[in-house]
Design a protein around this ligand. Structure first.
Ligand SMILES: C[S@@+](CC[C@H](N)C(=O)[O-])C[C@H]1O[C@@H](n2cnc3c(N)ncnc32)[C@H](O)[C@@H]1O
Length: 251
């Protein structure tokens, strides 16, 4: 018996890994991360599979399901949205499984930041503009270490992907604008890859009002940075005058 932490991807079942789809289709017991898992992904579970929505469960209740499954020698699919390694709260589950001597493995998934970049049809890195992508969140009821406060991260002017933060956008935007400039591109992607997906594009000066006007209050990924501009220098990778290990410069 084992617990398999499976990345459900952002929502579209076609963005599941082949392994995740196979595990879901043959699953007997699944604990899934509430409304972050799309109905289309859950529809892959056999009708006979036992399902638990972890949104209403405590860690102890989740661990109790693992114990019962251990007693029945039945695998459990623990379905997390996106990739389980990002804000998945899998650490404490793994700790409990270690204590119980239950084996586990992880199947990665497409994270919301990747799905948002695809929805925006953008590259998150840009030559000479941003060679760094920061995955982070605003402090809320979950505190963020002071040295990772947004105003400090913003000083790097890297591309920022903000999870779990859209509700604080009104306060965040001016903080970020102080470093990035209020004309810096910013976007919100609501439910990337879901049929309900919505994209809001603006600048740090406009995005908060735009997102409020759209009524987007949760399950959105914010992307901020000048890499979102189509302009700027091109990568040298395909530059005809640039040689590298696989190609000689022309002329
Ligand atoms: C608890 S975190 C889980 C992140 C997940 N592990 C991942 O890799 O995408 C939930 C947050 O992820 C973001 N998120 C998850 N799914 C999303 C989607 N389909 N579109 C946009 N944002 C999403 C939102 O910021 C949401 O508040």
């Amino acid at each position: 018996m084992q617990v398999i932490f499976v990345g459900a991807g952002p929502g579209d079942p076609e963005l599941l890994t082949v392994r995740a789809a196979r595990l879901l289709q043959s699953c007997h017991c699944c604990i899934y991360a509430g409304s972050l898992i799309s109905p289309q992904v859950l529809a892959l579970l056999p009708a006979t599979a036992t399902r638990y929505d972890s949104a209403g469960m405590t860690l102890e209740q989740i661990v109790q399901v693992y114990r019962q499954a251990q007693a029945q020698d039945m695998d459990v699919v623990r379905l997390h949205s996106g990739d389980p390694s990002i804000y998945g709260a899998i650490r404490e589950q793994m700790r409990a499984l270690d204590a119980l001597g239950i084996a586990y493995q992880v199947v990665p998934g497409v994270s919301a930041f990747q799905a948002a970049a695809a929805a925006l049809r953008t590259e998150l890195t840009a030559p000479e503009t941003s060679q760094t992508v920061i995955l982070t969140r605003a402090a809320g009821r979950t505190p963020v270490p002071e040295e990772q406060a947004l105003e400090r991260l913003a000083a790097a002017r890297a591309t920022l992907c903000l999870f779990l933060s859209v509700q604080q956008l009104e306060a965040l935007a001016p903080t970020l604008a102080a470093e990035y400039g209020s004309d810096c591109p910013a976007a919100a992607v609501y439910r990337a890859s879901w049929p309900e997906e919505r994209i809001v594009r603006g600048t740090l000066g406009t995005i908060a009002a735009q997102v409020a006007a759209e009524g987007i209050g949760r399950t959105a990924l914010l992307v901020v940075g000048r890499a979102l501009d189509r302009g700027g220098p091109a990568s040298r990778l395909y530059d005809a005058g640039f040689s590298h290990g696989y190609r000689q410069a022309e002329g």
